[in-house]
Design a protein around this ligand. Structure first.
Ligand SMILES: [Zn+2]
Length: 73
């Protein structure tokens, strides 16, 4: 869940940004090594999606991974 900011809440509602547990992504692949439950999803080549994990809110800059208990370094 996200209490970050209204912009992020809206982006999640619009599926501009997705919140998923890392192990549950089965419809694409993650292209970077950031450990986070927040992703930007893009269409892949062929089937599936490309996911970019993001550590920080793109709107207000707060840490997103800190909100995820499994994401501690
Ligand atoms: Zn935010």
């Amino acid at each position: 869940m996200s209490d970050c900011c209204d912009n992020l809440s809206r982006a999640l509602e619009d599926n501009a940004i997705l919140q998923k547990a890392r192990g549950t992504i089965a419809d694409g692949r993650i292209l970077n090594d950031i450990f986070s439950d927040f992703y930007i999803r893009m269409p892949g080549e062929g089937h599936g999606y490309r996911y970019y994990a993001i550590n920080f809110c793109p709107f207000c800059g707060r840490s997103l991974s800190a909100a995820s208990p499994d994401a501690q370094p």
